[in-house]
Structures are given as C-alpha cells and as structure tokens.
Design a protein. Structure first.
Length: 454
C-alpha cells in the first residue's frame, strides 16, 4: 500500500486517542494517524511484476542453452530453447498470476460517480477490452491444454483451486456479516457452527459467495474495520473477537495467495516440461520458498497497513491481559473475584477458575483464562511488532540470497538471484521506511503523553 501526501511522502499529525467517547476516566494519549491513499492498481502491478520476474528466471533455468559452445558441439543460436516452451501453458500461468491485477483494473474501470461522457466511454471500452482479451486467451489456452495433456496433468494444474473452498468457506459466512452489529452477539464457535450447518448447500452457490467475499476484501470494496472506543468491557471483548476474525481472514488470504503464486511459478513449469529436458529440482524447491515468502511479506504489508496495525494496537490496549501468579506468593495481598462487568486497573490481583492472575495492562477487560485474549494482547500491544517481524523476515531472505549469489557458479542462477534480489530490495526499503517513520511517530507520542501526565 502506498502512502502519498503532499509535499512529503509521509505526513503524521496527532490527535487525542478516543477523546470523544472514552470520557475522562481514561487517560488522554497522543496517537499518530497516518494519512493513506489506496492505490490498488499500482500495488497489484508491482506484485505481478515480481511474479513475472520469478517466472522468467525459472524458465531461464529450465530452457537454458550452451550458446557459447563451438559449432562442433550441439549448437544453439539463442540463449533459451524457445521451441521447447509450451506457450499455451505459459499464457495460462501468466493469467493466473495476473488475476489480482485484472480484478483491480476491472474494479477501477467500474467505478461509479459523476464522470464525463468521454471518460465513461473510455472506462467501458477499457473494461471490455481487458475482459475480452483475458477471456479469449484463457479459453484458447484451456482448449489446447485439454487436447494435449492427460487428466492427471490437468488435475495437477487445477489442484490449488480445489483447496480454495475449504480455506475460505468460514470466512465467506463471516464476511457476509459486514459489520460488528450482527456479529457482536455471536461468538467464534457460533459462527463456526452456523457455517457447518449449511453443509448441504450447493457447491456452485458456495463457490460464488466465496469468490464474491474474496474479491471484495482483496480490492477494498468493503471499508477497513473501525475502532469502537468505549467503556463497556463486553463491547470491547466483542470488538476484539471481530478483529481477531478479520485478522485471521487476512492471514488466510496471505497464505493462500502466496502459496498459489509460488505453486504456478515453481512447480507447474516443471511438471509440464518434456521428459528429455533436464530440470534442477533443488532450484525449483528453493524458488518456491523464495516466491512464497516474498509474496507473503508484500501481501502482509498491503493487507496490514499502518492504520490497521494501529487499530489492533488500540483494541489490545483496551483489552489488556492477565498473568498467572503463584497463590503462595501473594497470600497477604488483597485478591478480588474477577467479574466480566468491571474494567480492572493495572497491578490488581483477581481470582478466576481457581487461579490467581495479575493485571498487566493499563486497562484490563480480558478473560484471564482465555489464551486467545493473551495472544491478541501480546502481538498487538506493540504497534510495531508486525512491522518488525516483516523486516526481520525480509532481511533474512535478502541475506540468504546474497550468500547464495556469492556461492553460485552457474550463470543462470546468478542472473536469477540478482533479478529476484532487486524486487526484494524494494520491498525491504518500503518496510524500513515505514519502520523509521512510525517508530519516530510512536516515540514522540509516548513522550508527549508522559509529559502531559507529569
């Protein structure tokens, strides 16, 4: 996700968090708000370019030639054996990798609003041209593939799409709720039972609903969740339950999209190669790992922008957490009976389920025995934790690629690693830039809050 504000790249202004709804009982804390501009088409174009680079270097490794040999050896006038490449398979793979970009372009071309007549004609023409070209290319490639390959090969080709429904069916039922109001009265178990109760639904209708919810979240049709800053412990817990489900859905999207892209980049070209062609399977597995990790980092930065991480941080700050303590060490300290109606201050001891817990957050409404509440607070209490994890992961990947590049002796692998490194450099730069700016923003926020309290 790109963040663009005039005249500089980032603009951070400050506001009192939850001042209007939290009342005077909660201390006023200064929180940064980052102005963001959603530019999905540019992001999808960048992601598609990264996948094209990975696909290109894999084809170089598969169909490379020895073009520098003298004529006495098997000659080749090109650096690749182009006559061995199945172009219909290549077109199908490119369309699968470009599915997000195509949907983003169609969404932008379908935008509603007051537009001039020439602008409207241009958008309709662009949408028609894109859909016609993609549909014709896809049908032509599929017809050829059905004629040329066996059923086993076609099953291998379409296998990832068969895993789509089990992964996203629960998310489909959850996403149809749309907002917190209908979801607030349902727990995660109730949502799961409601999803499983509709097991007899027709497969095509499930596929249609799942794909609709999938594309809605992918291309930001639905707004990002908002933070309901309130004093009711029950509402805070329901909000956290909703945010947990939303975060898990985004992680599912990252996992499925990254594995799907890596599958079609690294494994599909190897499966459909001719038996007379040598394939380095170790490099294919290594490329699968690199593409899946790189795509995961890029998608996580897009689906978990700074505004969303700050939203989770605010919810975690209101939720709080409890730490189990030894009852023998605090027998002389006042211990309260935990009730769900109260917001407990920091440091208080409570009894719950025959155990003693100590309040760790500034405000604590979490259920002491609920492990999911503890995990939510642990991950999101620090608003920069997700960004730090992504930076460490991307930095480790770059370090490994540099090490492999220095140890590599084959020209095609050196070219491959160098090209993939450039795409990772850009992603690492964006992550590092976000970390530096947001780190200064939150440090200034903390110092300003401390000065106000003192």
């Amino acid at each position: 996700m790109l963040v663009i504000v005039r005249p500089t790249l980032w603009h951070v202004h400050w506001q009192a968090s939850c001042a209007a709804s939290c009342g005077s009982s909660l201390s006023m804390s200064m929180r940064p708000v980052v102005m963001e501009l959603y530019m999905n088409v540019l992001f999808e174009l960048y992601l598609f370019a990264c996948h094209l680079i990975a696909l290109f270097v894999h084809y170089v490794n598969i169909y490379k030639t020895v073009w520098w040999y003298p004529p006495s050896h098997p000659p080749s006038h090109t650096s690749l054996n182009f006559h061995l490449i199945d172009y219909n398979m290549l077109v199908f793979t490119i369309i699968v990798l470009a599915r997000r970009l195509i949907a983003a372009i169609v969404k932008e071309a379908s935008q509603s609003g007051k537009l001039s007549f020439p602008h409207s004609v241009f958008l309709v023409t662009a949408r028609f041209a894109v859909l016609t070209l993609v549909g014709w290319s896809l049908c032509r490639s599929l017809i050829y593939l059905f004629k040329m390959y066996s059923v086993l090969s076609l099953l291998f080709l379409c296998y990832p799409f068969g895993m789509y429904i089990p992964f996203f069916r629960l998310s489909c039922d959850f996403r149809r709720a749309g907002s917190m109001s209908p979801l607030g009265s349902m727990s995660s178990k109730e949502v799961s039972s409601a999803a499983l109760g509709r097991g007899g639904r027709d497969y095509l209708s499930v596929l249609k609903e799942t794909w609709k919810q999938h594309t809605s979240q992918l291309y930001s049709v639905q707004p990002m969740p908002t933070h309901a800053c309130c004093l009711s412990p029950d509402l805070i817990r329901k909000e956290v339950e909703y945010l947990k489900m939303d975060f898990n859905w985004r992680m599912k999207e990252v996992l499925v999209s990254s594995m799907l892209s890596a599958y079609y980049v690294a494994f599909v070209p190897v499966w459909f190669v001719k038996s007379t062609q040598y394939v380095d399977k170790r490099w294919s597995c290594e490329l699968f790992i690199l593409v899946s990790l790189s795509t995961s980092v890029i998608l996580m930065r897009h689906l978990l922008p700074p505004r969303y991480c700050d939203l989770l941080h605010k919810a975690a700050a209101h939720l709080g957490c409890w730490q189990k303590v030894d009852p023998s060490l605090c027998s002389n300290v006042l211990q309260h009976i935990w009730t769900e109606e109260y917001m407990w201050p920091q440091g208080v001891l409570v009894k719950h389920s025959k155990n003693v817990y100590k309040a760790m957050g500034h405000y604590n409404v979490a259920v002491p025995s609920d492990v999911s509440h503890y995990r939510f607070y642990f991950f999101f209490n620090n608003p920069l934790r997700i960004l730090n994890i992504l930076i460490i992961l991307e930095g480790a990947m770059i370090f490994y690629q540099l090490y492999s590049l220095m140890c590599s002796e084959k020209w095609h692998q050196m070219i491959s690693l160098a090209l993939i490194l450039f795409s990772n450099y850009y992603a690492f730069y964006k992550l590092l830039r976000d970390r530096i700016v947001l780190g200064k923003a939150y440090s200034y926020s903390a110092s300003a809050s401390n000065q106000k309290v003192s």
